[in-house]
Design a protein around this ligand. Structure first.
Ligand code: NOJ
Ligand code: MG
Length: 529
């Protein structure tokens, strides 16, 4: 509920709950299916809240469950203030939030301000030539007959960022053609976002994950980009959204507007998906009057190598040092290959992922876990017929897309859905050999990845050694590192080399694999006090 912001001056405010929170990302389609249609839904999530409490997470981030034709699995929103029937209804959402809170778990949801679905009523009206056209970016084409796109921007998903509408003009979409970009100069677009924020805040959500937080404001005049100056972070495309010219004042104005609404509700948080080129530009978004937190993908892009991981940690800490915001840590999400696979897959990938889990959970700040990583799920190499990600289609099959990290959660029993669905199908096929990954099979096994996460999350929450936000590095043998949390004194040591090294002094709290009293084995991490 809305609260006034008039704390007595001079009262020492307790740190906000999210400063060291563990968020758990629920990819809604893939978490739990309650109605047997093969697609995860809100009731499914509600039915698994006991598990999430047992796991020990503080908050959920739910990916989009809003009304959508699902061209990008919900990131194409046709009505931002309703639930798609595929996922449930508003009553189911209210039940989920209320029960999550009873379990001591906060609920944050996705906000998709950069674009709508092409099935949004505004876009339909825009195509009919209505005044709603001003809420998108329509432009005449180039060439004698306007047959060429207005500029050279490419879509993040492949192909041009422009599609010609039946009346001959082109509209801009940084993602799929079914995701037309909104024009943030338009006051109706802004007013509608405020309505959306208040709608969900009034229903009790604890905050928002802001999709494409860096992309809403376009370079004035929509100029051609020099492909040579556009860095290519992923895939083979120039990403207009990563061009420095997008980081103009207007985008920050939007974030300030969001923050003003969110700040009227107690204990809320916003986290931005910010893909920009430099830490300096990243830090501009994370401010007392803009986003509380920014996603940090550095660990998700770093190899299993102590020097590289240490560099990623140092750079991450430096990136937010001047902002006053805590760092955030992510190993996987619904857009990238799962890290077990990235680290080599199989037993090697699992061993390394276990070690990195202890590194991630030892760091000061905010952790984002992606559903299934607590089970050690690998990426799945899906057959062509099963692929659904628009990236696969828009790159003409050159890229396989992100389906492999979105395969549903195995809960119990056997195939084909391992308890994911009450029916016998899942929207992406689940590998027939996943019985050993199920929650059921891992819960009672003290050596499972799930047991490691449960144990680590509990220790992280209850042991004072995790206090404080500063860390210091120790000298360590090649291929290894050790850091200490300055406040509480926790030591985390990682060995990425292929030989055992001496264990730092201290009492072992937890290890990612078998350790002796004197040795830290290869590809292992340990917590000591
Ligand atoms: C980022 C989301 O994480 C991704 O899944 C989506 O496709 C794009 N934004 C477009 O909304
Ligand atoms: Mg369902």
């Amino acid at each position: 509920m809305e609260t006034a912001h008039d704390e007595p001056s001079g009262a020492a405010a307790a740190p906000p709950w999210w400063r060291d929170a563990v968020f758990y990302q629920v990819y809604v389609r893939s978490f739990a299916d309650s109605d047997g249609d093969g697609v995860g839904d809100l009731e499914g999530i509600r039915s698994r809240l006991g598990y999430l409490e047992l796991l020990g997470v503080d908050a959920l981030w739910l990916t989009p469950f809003f009304t959508s034709p699902m061209a990008d699995h919900g990131y194409d929103v046709a009505d931002p203030r309703d639930v798609d029937p595929l996922f449930g209804d508003l009553a189911a959402f209210d039940r989920l939030v209320a029960e999550a809170h009873e379990h001591g778990i906060r609920v944050t949801i996705d906000l998709v301000p950069n674009h709508t679905s092409d099935q949004h009523p505004w876009f339909a009206a825009a195509l009919r030539g209505g005044p709603e056209r001003a809420r998108y970016h329509f432009r005449p084409g180039r060439g004698a007959g306007g047959e060429l796109p207005p500029n050279n921007w490419t879509s993040v998903f492949g192909g041009p960022a422009w599609t010609r509408s039946p009346d001959g003009e082109w509209y801009l979409h940084l993602f799929a053609p079914q995701q037309p970009d909104l024009n943030w100069d338009d006051s109706d677009v802004r007013a509608d976002l405020v309505r959306t924020l208040r709608f969900w805040l009034d229903r009790g959500v604890d905050g928002f994950r802001v999709d494409v937080a860096h992309g809403m404001a376009k370079a004035p005049g929509l100029p051609d980009l020099d492909p040579a100056v556009v860095p290519v972070l992923t895939g083979a495309h120039a990403h207009p959204v990563e061009d420095p010219r997008f980081d103009n004042d207007e985008v920050h104005d939007i974030h300030r507007m969001i923050r003003q609404v969110v700040d009227r509700y107690a204990d809320t948080v916003t986290v931005g998906e910010i893909w920009v080129q430099t830490d300096e530009r990243f830090a501009r978004y994370v401010r007392p009057d803009e986003l509380h937190l920014g996603f940090n993908f550095k660990l998700a892009l770093t190899a299993f190598d102590a020097d590289s991981v240490r560099r990623a940690i140092d750079n991450s800490l430096a990136a937010v040092a001047a902002t006053g915001a805590p760092p955030t840590w992510t190993l996987s999400n619904h857009d990238v290959e799962r890290h077990v696979t990235r680290y080599g897959g199989g037993e090697t990938g699992t061993r390394r992922a276990r070690a990195m889990a202890l590194v991630q959970l030892a760091l000061p700040g905010v952790v984002f876990l992606y559903n299934g990583e607590e089970l050690g799920l690998p990426n799945v190499d899906l057959p062509d017929w099963a692929l659904q990600d628009p990236i696969h289609e828009h790159t003409g099959g050159r890229e396989r897309g992100r389906d492999g990290c979105r395969v549903p959660m195995p809960w119990e029993g056997g195939g084909p859905t391992f308890g994911f669905s009450t029916g016998d199908r899942s929207w992406l096929p689940m590998p027939s050999d996943w019985a050993s990954f199920t929650v059921e099979s891992q819960l009672e096994d003290p050596g499972s990845v799930l047991s490691l996460y449960r144990h680590a999350l509990e220790v992280r929450k209850t042991v004072e050694a995790f206090d404080g936000e500063e860390l210091e590095w120790y000298g360590a043998p090649p291929g290894c590192f050790a850091f200490r949390r300055k406040g509480g004194g926790l030591i985390c040591a990682l060995n990425t080399s292929d030989a055992p090294v001496p264990l730092p002094p201290g009492e072992v709290l937890l290890a990612s694999g078998p350790v002796t009293s004197s040795d830290l084995p290869p590809e292992t991490a340990v917590w000591l006090v």
